[in-house]
Structure formats: structure tokens, C-alpha cells
Design a binder for this molecule. Structure first.
Ligand code: NAD
Length: 310
């Protein structure tokens, strides 16, 4: 198949490109390089089945493709808050442009949605049937509400225009090729520990997150995209739940050295708990994560050691 990946030069997009090319598909990677990096896809540029297009998803695009993965959107709070209006436009216009193209060329369209659609959840762990608890006017709203609106568009194009869609709700994912400066907790802790700096924990560190290794997530993407039982939304994430303090301690143990943990004020709307209910992923995709946190952290630490020369 010929497959378009918007945001293909990002952390997840580059891993997805690797997997699809290994399966013998052609990949068109569309990216405006806001948070994506050329080095993530440098190893693919000589591959005749890989094509790179610098373009912004806010502006329409046309390609003859069989499938579209819509991943374009800054994913970490410091990045999506730099220009919040642009973040909403990226999610909403990007979804409209992908769906318009999917309708025209009869491609299957996949939306990378997020656990942020659940906001600061009142239900724990979060099943797909939970509608969420989201602040519509806060600092995180550009991302959360943009992604919620993108989901709405995917389901309206599906109902109204018979566009073939799949929607995944991604929970925190980590691994090699995360941007070292994008302020996500796993890369923050690892980079700080490798540089011998203190690890920054926001609040008292008792808030929890679940962390999925990137290879597990991409396997979930492919299974969801290539089955006929459900259009989603489907949670993909690792239900193993850890506090931020536990994560910091694990990173310190694996990296070595004697960094301290320092506490900073909790950002506004920071969710207290996050943990996916993956019953539907097990049922429809026969999917569950296989990489344990320590193993995934070791692989990620090895990547960052090379990356920052520590
Ligand atoms: N990694 C996670 O834990 C996670 C969790 C939930 C959802 N997601 C979603 O998965 C997708 C990929 O995330 P990621 O972790 O790879 O982040 P990333 O920042 O590494 O990748 C996003 C990519 O989209 C590109 N992009 C941003 N705005 C664009 C625009 N207007 N036009 C074209 N390209 C644009 C960026 O340059 C980058 O290459 C995002 O949609 C994100 O919201 C990721």
C-alpha cells in the first residue's frame, strides 16, 4: 500500500515509518518540522519507498494513498502551549484535511487521539465509554479540546460521508527518538540523570501515569488500522501505573550517580491519575503491552546516552 503519515518525522511517526517500510509499504511522510526532527528519519531518506514532504497540515494536500495516519500535532505541553491557537488549528484543520483527502481517494484514515480527551478523570482506570472531565478554557485546552474536536470530525465524516476511520487514544508513550528538550517526564528524568542534574518532580510526585514502550504502541496502531471489527476509539497504553516519584527513582537506579529529586509547583490542570482500561484493545486487537518499564527505560537510556554524549 501507499501510506501517508502526517507528523511522520516525529517520535511516533518515525517508528511507524520504520515498521510500515519493513512490511513492504510505501510511506509518504508529511511534516512541518515544528517538533519533528530530520535525524529521526535520516536513515530512511535513501529508501526509494520513502518520500518526505515539508508541509503544514493546516493547508490542504493531495496524495493518491490507501491509508492515512494523522499524527501531526505537538504532543508535549511546553510545545503545544507555545502557540495554542496554532495547536487547535493543527488538530482541527489537520483532521478536516486528512478526512477530506480520505473521502476523495477512499483511503482509510487513522487519528492519533490521546488520553487527554479524558482530562482530569473522575473514573479510574479510564474506559473508552468515559466522556471525560476536561477544562475547556485552561492552558491545556488547546490540545485536549483540539483532539476532542478531531475525534468528533472523524466520527461525523464516518457517519455522514462513509469515510473509513480508525481512532486510537494514546496513553503516555516513551522510547528512543523522543525529543530530549520537549519536557515529557520520561525524557526529562533520563536527560537530567545522564547530565548529573537534579530530577525535577512537579508537585509532591504522588500523581500517577502509565508508560507504554513505543514498539508496543506501534504494534497496537497496526492492529487497529488493519482489522475490520471496530473503528474505535480504542485505548492503547500500558496499564502498569507508577507515581512520578517511583519513575524518578527507577531512572536514578538505572542511570547511576547520585542525583537528587527536587520539587516544583504543579502546572495547572495537571491530571492526578492516568491509567488506561485496555479491555477493548485485548478483545478486538488481541493486544497488550509486552515491554516492562525497566526494560523500556534501559533501551531509552541507551539511546539518550548516545544522543547527548553522556
Ligand atoms: N507520545 C505520546 O505519549 C502521545 C500521547 C498521546 C497522543 N500522542 C499523539 O501522537 C501524535 C505523535 O506524537 P509524538 O509523540 O510523535 O510527538 P512529536 O512532537 O514527536 O510528533 C509530532 C509531529 O507532528 C509534526 N507537526 C506538528 N504540527 C504540524 C503541522 N501543523 N503540520 C505538519 N506537521 C506537524 C511535528 O513536527 C512532529 O514531527 C501526536 O498527534 C500526539 O498528540 C502522543
Amino acid at each position: 500500500m501507499r501510506i501517508l503519515i502526517t507528523g511522520g518525522a516525529g517520535f511516533l511517526g518515525s517508528h511507524l515509518s520504520d515498521r510500515l517500510l519493513a512490511q513492504g509499504h510505501e510511506v509518504i511522510c508529511l511534516d512541518n518540522f515544528f517538533t519533528g526532527r530530520k535525524q529521526n528519519i535520516a536513515h530512511l531518506l535513501d529508501n526509494p519507498s520513502f518520500e518526505l514532504v515539508r508541509h503544514d497540515v493546516i493547508d490542504p494536500f493531495k496524495f493518491e494513498v490507501d491509508q492515512i495516519y494523522n499524527l501531526a500535532c505537538p504532543a508535549s505541553p511546553p510545545h503545544y502551549q507555545i502557540n495554542p491557537i496554532k495547536t487547535t488549528k493543527t488538530s482541527v484543520m489537520g483532521a478536516i484535511n486528512c478526512l477530506g483527502l480520505a473521502k476523495r481517494v477512499k483511503a482509510r484514515a487513522f487519528q492519533a487521539s490521546t488520553s487527554e480527551v479524558y482530562g482530569d478523570p473522575a473514573v479510574h482506570p479510564q474506559p473508552e465509554s468515559y466522556w471525560g472531565h476536561v477544562n475547556p478554557i485552561g492552558r491545556r485546552s488547546c490540545y485536549d479540546e483540539g483532539k476532542r474536536c478531531a475525534e468528533t470530525l472523524f466520527f461525523d465524516y464516518h457517519r455522514e460521508n462513509k469515510v473509513d476511520v480508525r481512532v486510537v487514544r494514546i496513553f503516555n508513550t516513551y522510547g528512543p527518538r523522543m525529543n530530549p528538550d520537549d519536557g515529557r517526564v520520561v525524557s526529562n528524568f533520563i536527560v537530567q540523570a545522564l547530565r548529573g542534574q537534579d530530577l525535577t518532580v512537579y508537585g509532591d510526585g504522588s500523581q500517577t501515569r502509565s508508560f507504554c514502550y513505543v514498539d508496543d504502541l506501534i504494534e497496537g496502531f497496526l492492529r487497529l488500522m488493519n482489522q475490520e471489527e471496530t473503528v474505535g476509539p480504542i485505548n492503547i497504553g500500558n496499564p502498569g501505573e507508577f507515581t512520578m516519584l517511583e519513575l524518578a527513582q527507577k531512572v536514578i537506579k538505572l542511570v547511576g550517580g547520585k542525583p537528587k529529586i527536587v520539587h516544583k509547583e504543579l502546572p495547572s490542570d495537571d491530571p492526578r491519575q492516568r491509567c488506561p482500561d485496555i479491555t477493548l484493545a485485548k478483545k478486538y486487537l488481541d493486544w497488550e503491552p509486552t515491554v516492562a518499564l525497566e526494560e523500556g527505560l534501559e533501551r531509552t537510556i541507551a539511546y539518550f546516552r548516545k544522543e547527548i554524549g553522556a
